[in-house]
Design a protein around this ligand. Structure first.
Ligand SMILES: NC(=O)c1ccc[n+]([C@@H]2O[C@H](COP(=O)([O-])OP(=O)(O)OC[C@H]3O[C@@H](n4cnc5c(N)ncnc54)[C@H](OP(=O)(O)O)[C@@H]3O)[C@@H](O)[C@H]2O)c1
Length: 311
């Protein structure tokens, strides 16, 4: 029986770990050994049979496969740094990171873990929290073939509906994720602009939302709902679906790589500026779609709408 470990129970990680634990329980496999900075976030997972372990080092020493789903590059680096070179053997362990991080971070992790006789698989995801809850994420996967073959059955029809295999080079999976987010962030900006236009011209956000959902698909429709339900600026005591700082990080990764290759991303740059202006005005507790608040202000409206928080 293989022990599987999990670190990171944020907006995405908790939903994904819940689905993995459900799968393990159905297979009568060992229950998921989980950890998070804020351990209380794991209560729903424990209720499903997951086993809490506050120390990441213990998760690693007790598990053969360790999933991570954390905010950004520095959190991943510090987690891996706490176990690489700690004196404990990592031989034959498989680390699977589902976070969105820069290909250089992936490359360094893959090299360090290879030196420690372990494997690193990059498995970033496409889709937001509701899709994660439904187990319908799209995964990109990259890493040593023997490791990705072990990991894929834990993803396909468990946490995800599709796995795009990017081959043995884990950085390719990370690159695909960053490229995909160029589309995601531009689409949020486009939907925000259209909804401000609809409101100011008297067309109304309702018909605009019907059109966006029907003509441009459920992803664009979902982004419109984040605006009309006020989820772009959720209550201060809640966790945003896709935090604005995470989307700014993704946009910066894409722009840094584009600049190295002489590629311009003008739409993404505007969206990044509007997200940063939103964060300057309304703080951290904002969804990535909160460029809408900035667009509203530029059009002479309040940052807030009738369903969002008001301060
Ligand atoms: N949300 C989306 O729609 C979405 C979609 C695709 C990909 N992604 C990517 O997936 C990753 C996770 O996103 P998310 O929305 O789940 O983020 P999130 O809700 O902000 O959760 C972040 C996770 O990282 C942990 N963390 C943050 N700072 C930490 C630190 N200094 N030390 C240890 N742990 C720390 C958090 O612990 P606490 O619970 O203690 O805060 C939490 O487990 C990100 O890389 C994001 O870009 C997100």
């Amino acid at each position: 029986m293989t022990q599987i470990g999990w670190y990171g129970l944020g907006s995405m990680g908790l939903a994904m770990a819940n689905n993995l634990q459900r799968h393990l329980a159905a297979k009568k496999a060992l229950s998921l050994l989980y950890s998070n900075r804020t351990m209380s976030r794991g209560s729903p997972l424990q209720a499903r049979g997951g086993t809490p372990e506050p120390d990441f080092k213990n998760v690693v020493s007790r598990s053969a496969i360790i999933f991570t789903m954390v905010s950004n590059d520095s959190v991943l680096q510090s987690l891996l740094g706490s176990v690489i070179g700690s004196g404990h053997s990592l031989k034959d362990k498989i680390f699977v990171d589902c976070s969105t991080v820069h290909p250089q971070t992936v490359s360094a992790a893959a090299t360090q873990l290879k030196d420690a006789k372990a494997s690193f698989v990059a498995a970033p995801v496409f889709g937001g929290n509701p899709i994660a809850v439904d187990g319908k994420l799209v995964f990109a996967i990259g890493g040593p073939g023997h490791a990705t073959q072990v990991v894929k059955p834990l993803i396909q029809d468990v946490m995800g509906r599709r796995v795009i295999d990017c081959g043995e080079d884990a950085t390719k999976a990370s690159l695909l994720k960053i490229a995909g987010n160029i589309v995601t962030v531009n689409m949020m900006e486009a939907v925000g602009e259209a909804q401000v236009f609809a409101e100011k011209t008297g067309l109304g956000t309702g018909p605009m939302e019907e059109l966006i959902g029907d003509a441009f698909g459920p992803v664009a429709g979902g982004y419109s709902k984040r605006l009309t339900t006020g989820a772009y600026a959720p209550p201060l005591d809640s966790r945003p679906g896709f935090g604005v700082s995470l989307a700014i990080k993704d946009a910066r990764h894409a722009m840094a790589m584009a600049a190295e290759q002489g590629v311009e991303l003008p739409g993404l740059e505007i969206a990044r500026q509007n997200m940063e202006a939103a964060r300057d005005y309304a703080g951290e507790c904002l969804d990535s779609s909160s460029m809408y608040g900035t667009l509203r202000q530029k059009a002479g409206l309040e940052f807030w709408n009738e369903k969002s928080r008001r301060e």
